[in-house]
Design a protein around this ligand. Structure first.
Ligand code: PML
Ligand code: MG
Length: 220
């Protein structure tokens, strides 16, 4: 059976507005294209001037099913507490946890995520401004209804599950690029630790990336 990857990204004046994607059956493609383009037009960051939708056929045999990460809500009250939780979780993985944390909060204008080597603290992406991007993913059995509105957490869990399934990824840290969205996460050992108040509302932290949503990934 053929599936289709449907991906949307939108921008205004060169600034990323929104990105989202699905993997669906042929009969769902038109409705999903409509729903994703509506999302770009009605985005809290402003109506997108340009929306790009890519539809690609995927053979069922090319689709890999991986388990969803477990979710743990952390009782975090402030950005500094969030940093402490990230530091505590990363410390057993690398001597460079501060490099990862600084990278998460200070990167600007990257198009993808950083990939940092756990044993050196050095970046590994061939193009540092582009970073690495995670794409072609969806929740198995997700329905159109569930995807009507933006559900940032649900989409982030799908992305984090794909990242976590890679044997060389030890951890992933995320701060949203949406200035109003102040919940982030660190995903490590198959658990997605949700961190409310990871940044102050209105902060441009997390604006380092465009549509990939995730911050540094720590590579084995
Ligand atoms: C969460 O609510 O669990 C974190 C979601 C991060 C969303 C990142 C984004 O869409 O910009
Ligand atoms: Mg986003």
């Amino acid at each position: 059976m053929t599936y289709f990857s449907v991906r949307m990204r939108s921008d205004s004046a060169g600034q990323h507005i929104s990105g989202a994607e699905r993997i669906v059956r042929e009969h769902e493609v038109p409705a999903v294209c409509a729903a994703l383009s509506e999302r770009a037009l009605a985005h809290p960051k402003g109506m997108a001037e340009n929306t790009f939708i890519t539809v690609e056929a995927l053979a069922e045999s090319d689709i890999l099913h991986v388990p969803s990460v477990g979710v743990k809500e952390e009782a975090v009250q402030s950005p500094s507490q969030a940093r402490d939780v990230i530091e505590e979780l990363l410390r057993p993985m690398t001597a460079y946890s501060q490099v990862v944390i600084e990278g998460t909060f200070t990167a600007r204008n990257m198009r993808g995520a950083m990939l940092i080597a756990a044993d050196t603290g050095k970046r590994c992406e061939p193009d540092a401004q582009r970073g690495v991007r995670v794409s072609h993913m969806d929740a198995y059995g997700a329905t159109e209804e569930e995807f009507k509105g933006k559900d940032a957490a649900r989409e982030a869990i799908v992305l984090a599950s794909k990242v976590a399934a890679h044997p060389d990824v030890l951890a992933e840290v995320c701060v949203s690029d949406d200035p109003a969205y102040t919940t982030g996460y660190v995903c490590i050992d198959g658990t997605y630790h949700r961190l409310p108040h990871i940044k102050e509302p209105g902060s441009d932290e997390g604006r380092g990336r465009s549509s990939s949503n995730q911050g540094p990934m720590l590579k084995r």
